[in-house]
Design a protein around this ligand. Structure first.
Ligand SMILES: Nc1ncnc2c1ncn2[C@@H]1O[C@H](COP(=O)(O)OP(=O)(O)O)[C@@H](O)[C@H]1O
Ligand SMILES: [Mg+2]
Length: 260
């Protein structure tokens, strides 16, 4: 069974003047168990919209989003409980400590209270933040806050992890470090991942497959496998070659298609 099935999703947003803005145009793809799939497309093409449909925050005009056996419908409580969503900014609550931020999601996910401390220590340890559980978010650097946001999403042991450009705001060196943490956490979790990015190198580094999207209204342009074993080195010529090929393809076909 595919943990995520996207079948013919279409969606337009109503414009102010009564017009409509078509965003998704018949988008279909599947994600296999434990797969890490990146969604790569120009800014504004509809990537966040797609994740919001998967999270049950938005309803499509046509098509079906399935998570496991469940058809996701916005506005109902049918959304499966173990979906983690990492937003572009960490969105931590600044008046709560790191541990208290994570407690909130453990509580909501129904994790037994007696396990909270052990779960938090385990995941914070994996990202090098074991000593920071009682700190407040504003006492942490940006990169540390992003690592806490990853821990918060993974602590509920999600079957599905949705990530929307989670490292987009970080400097290159910090992003590199958090990416390594992310790969380790994902491999330990066996979660199925949908990862939105507009960074081609990042998509190639992290993913089992990269879905390339057209500009708006978006549909799947290409489904590119990344068949390289892990751990992967960013400087591996195979990765650089694939990154270059995707970049070239993107600019030759997607950007031109937009201009036409
Ligand atoms: N709630 C909304 N109402 C109207 N337009 C929206 C809304 N959300 C997104 N859009 C528009 O839909 C398009 C796709 O947005 P989004 O999914 O956020 O793109 P991406 O994440 O790929 O950058 C953009 O043009 C955006 O302005
Ligand atoms: Mg977005």
């Amino acid at each position: 069974m595919h943990p995520i099935r996207v079948e013919g999703l279409s969606l337009s947003f109503p414009g102010r003047d009564g017009s409509s803005l078509p965003v998704l145009d018949n988008v279909s793809f599947d994600v296999g168990p434990g797969e890490f799939v990146s969604l790569l497309g120009p800014s504004g093409c509809g990537k966040s919209t797609l994740l919001n449909i998967a999270a049950g925050l938005l309803a499509p005009d046509a098509g079906v989003m399935r998570i496991g056996d469940l058809v996701i419908r916005a506005g109902t409580s049918e959304v499966p409980p173990r979906v983690g969503y990492v937003f572009q900014s960490p969105r931590l609550l600044n008046w709560l400590t790191v541990a208290e931020n994570i407690n909130l999601v453990l509580d909501a996910a129904g994790t037994p209270r007696e396990r909270w401390d052990a779960v938090i220590d385990h995941y914070l340890g994996m990202v090098g933040l074991a000593d920071f559980r009682n700190k407040y978010p504003l006492e942490l650097s940006g990169g540390m806050q992003h690592r806490v946001a990853l821990v918060r999403a993974l602590a509920i042991e999600p079957q599905i992890l949705l990530m929307d450009e989670p490292l987009g705001a970080l400097d290159a060196i910090t992003a590199h470090r958090v990416r390594q943490d992310l790969v380790r956490l994902w491999q330990a979790s066996k979660a199925t991942v949908l990862f939105v990015t507009h960074n081609i190198a990042e998509a190639v580094q992290l993913s089992d497959r990269v879905m390339l999207f057209y500009d708006r209204p978006t549909s799947v342009y290409r489904d590119v496998p990344v068949p390289f074993e892990r751990p992967r080195k960013t400087t591996d010529p195979k990765l650089l070659e694939l990154e270059a090929a995707i970049t070239e393809d993107f600019f030759a076909n997607i950007i031109r298609a937009t201009a036409a």
